[in-house]
Design a binder for this molecule. Sequence first.
Ligand SMILES: *Cc1c(COP(=O)(O)O)cnc(C)c1O
Length: 375
Amino acid sequence: MTENRLATVLDRKVPFNDLSIQWQQIAVDVRQDFEMIFEQSAFCLGPFVERFEADIAQYLGVRHAIGVNSGTSALHLAALAKGIGPGDEVIVPAHSFIATLWGVLYAGATPVFCDVEPTTGNLDVAAAERCVTAATKAIIPVHLYGQSANMKAVMELAQRFGLAVIEDAAQAIGATWQQRYLGSIGDLGCFSFYPGKNLGAAGEAGLIVTNDDDVAKQVRSLRNHGQSERYVHQIVGYNCRMDGLQGAVLRRKLPRLAAWTASRRKLAERYRQKLLETPLVLPSVQYGEHVWHLFVVRTPERDRLRAALAERRIETGLHYPIALHKQPCLNHLPSAKLSFPSAEAWAAECLSLPLFTGMTEDQVDYVADAIRALC
Ligand SMILES: *Cc1c(COP(=O)(O)O)cnc(C)c1O
């Protein structure tokens, strides 16, 4: 291989994500905002967070949007605001990011694992129904990879048994179910703005949305030391405030989200077309409009394929390689002893291909051609 040829090959390396492309689009605006934030010392909550909260509440069509310091905090405060605590059970999928159930554990309640659909990886609601006991207080559907859970079935189940619905919409900002934005359907919706999410901060941030005025009031107090008014602490609170700098970044990114989502959809469709003839199991779109946070394929040859792609300088991800009931820190949970065959199969076979804002069609082709050559 000549030097030149080698150089082109290296140039075509496909990263799993490249956040600098988003930064280029917002840099001018954000620099001005940052200047003001430093001049005003508007570092914790403040006007930039308030403006972002108002903008995203309007975008999602909800009465309240409350900025916090991570998606994990959002899920924690959501559990507390619904009065979930010791003795309560909360149904969670066995295939998700572990933060889905941290809030339940932090609140002192018991997560109860439930298997997922073999097709979408989302909560299997028929299985969830079998998990309901007299102690069940809530259910957390995760809109995994950017696609809605089966919300029709989730809402029916919740209604029938009087359960609270806390949507984990961390991966699904802008995705819809029956023309409604995810996060706005259950009692509360929780979002993460971790930098790699579809709407990402410049650090840690998250959001809780709700249409319930009392719950909103509770969450606002919980995130800010349990204050109802300054220095009056009605309840034991936390420090989960969103940074002003994050509010500014997110507010500048929000108007661009629709275009970024549209480009993700095009890239996902291109992958689908190009991979149709391979033995890979391609993502199944069943509920609402997918926003393609992740493009996850399945194959029993996952580890071999992943290594071969890495050799071609294509970076891939695993979301997630160990089912939650198999995690060492959770093996004390009663339901961790059960088996969840579908969740375990996802963990063994899932492979996330690169898909990010600003990725080119050439990069998709490069990945897809490599896979076709290898399968
Ligand atoms: C990212 C993520 C979270 C946690 O969000 P953080 O902002 O990282 O705390 C929770 N649930 C799911 C499904 C996620 O993907």
